[in-house]
Design a protein around this ligand. Structure first.
Ligand code: ATP
Length: 339
């Protein structure tokens, strides 16, 4: 396990900002951290990057308790890098900004130069080697800051809204890089975002914070597999004797009658017509719409009550009405089984 958190709180001026009962974060995965403004995302990232410490509770990193002594913190901070929401580059050329972290790690000069070139090329900023760091645009600054973070080859990359203040083209570049370093270098990534589309595209796991608490969103759609039919090309599961979902392939040998199935409401797509990309689609009627902070919860009756969560923008585009018939799409990534 990469991080293990138990009964952790963080308080500012008697106000509890974070209150996490239990959280386990696995190595080598991409986690999205979502939640409204002020939910505690940055506070949690600061704790995970060892730049801040919790007031109570336990944090383990790679199986060892974090003790918050200076010597231990220095060692941990070499493995974990936080890319700030609004990174600052210091005065001087781009290459010096990136070289800094390598120099403090006593990497030989020639190796430093090679590494700076490599990471600048990786983020598509190879031509900016000699450019003045503090004169770059917002999107360029973010990419150079990402290069600076990657130069030291961290085990964990934490990103606070990696695409804030960045145009669409640069957003796509940054998201591609995150995906690439996770799949090629197995870097664990946790990124805070306000975009569910980014979460759906990049992350295999989602952590939702509401007023400093982890929301059990997945548990809002929990069902029991009542009938399982194994077919040559996959598995057909009936949920609560009401609707069936099909899982292609034979990757779910553990699933049997009585297994619980959770469907992440943040990953379900909803629309007027069928989503041809989702593995399973169901037709249903909107029975309830509820707003909670920046997220909108829509309860659908598809023969089974299924909750879908949308952002305000997605809600505005769709304008669903109670009583309206809509299609929902359930991708495989939205599904989790538990005994
Ligand atoms: N140093 C501090 N002193 C006092 N309050 C703080 C401090 N840092 C954060 N807070 C408060 O803690 C709460 C959580 O802040 P945090 O920045 O973690 O939220 P967030 O989820 O990252 O928000 P956003 O999406 O707006 O970036 C906010 O109410 C904020 O005002």
């Amino acid at each position: 396990m990469l991080y293990k958190i138990r009964k952790m709180t963080k308080t500012f001026k008697n106000r509890t900002i974070l209150n996490l009962e239990q959280l386990d974060i696995e190595k080598g995965k991409i986690y999205a951290l979502v939640g409204a403004n002020g939910a505690g995302k940055t506070t949690l990232l600061n704790i995970l990057s060892f730049l801040d410490k919790p007031h109570t509770g336990q944090l383990d990193f790679c199986g060892e308790p974090v003790l918050y002594g200076n010597h231990q913190l220095l060692k941990l901070r070499r493995k974990v890098v936080l890319l700030d929401q609004y990174p600052i580059l210091f005065t001087g050329p781009v290459w010096k900004n990136i070289e800094f972290g390598l120099k403090v790690r006593s990497i030989p000069r020639a190796q430093c130069k090679k590494r700076v070139e490599e990471v600048l090329n990786l983020v598509g900023m190879g031509d900016f080697f000699h450019a003045e760091g503090h004169k770059l645009s917002g999107g360029e600054t973010k990419r150079v800051a990402l290069a600076r973070a990657l130069a030291i080859e961290p085990e964990v990359l934490l990103c606070d809204e990696p695409t804030a203040n960045v145009d669409a083209e640069n957003q796509a570049i940054i998201l591609n890089i995150l995906q690439q370093i996770n799949s090629e270098q197995k870097t664990s990534i946790i990124f805070a975002t306000h975009y569910l589309s980014q979460m759906r595209r990049l992350a295999s796991h989602t952590l939702t914070l509401e007023h400093g608490h982890l929301s059990q969103q997945k548990k809002e759609n929990s069902y029991t597999c009542t009938v399982i039919t194994r077919k040559e090309n996959g598995l057909l599961c009936y949920l609560n004797d009401a609707v069936s979902l099909f899982f292609a392939g034979n990757s779910h040998p553990e699933v049997e009658k009585g297994t619980k199935i959770h469907i992440d409401p943040l990953r379900i797509s909803i629309g007027k017509s069928k989503n041809s990309l989702a593995e399973n689609t169901l037709r249903g009627v909107v029975v309830k719409i509820e707003q909670n902070n920046t997220l909108i919860r829509i309860d659908m009756d598809c023969g089974l009550r299924i909750r879908v969560v949308l952002t305000k923008d997605e809600y505005r585009d769709l304008q669903p009405q109670v009583g309206e018939k809509l299609q929902i799409g359930i991708p495989d990534e939205a599904i989790e089984f538990s005994p």
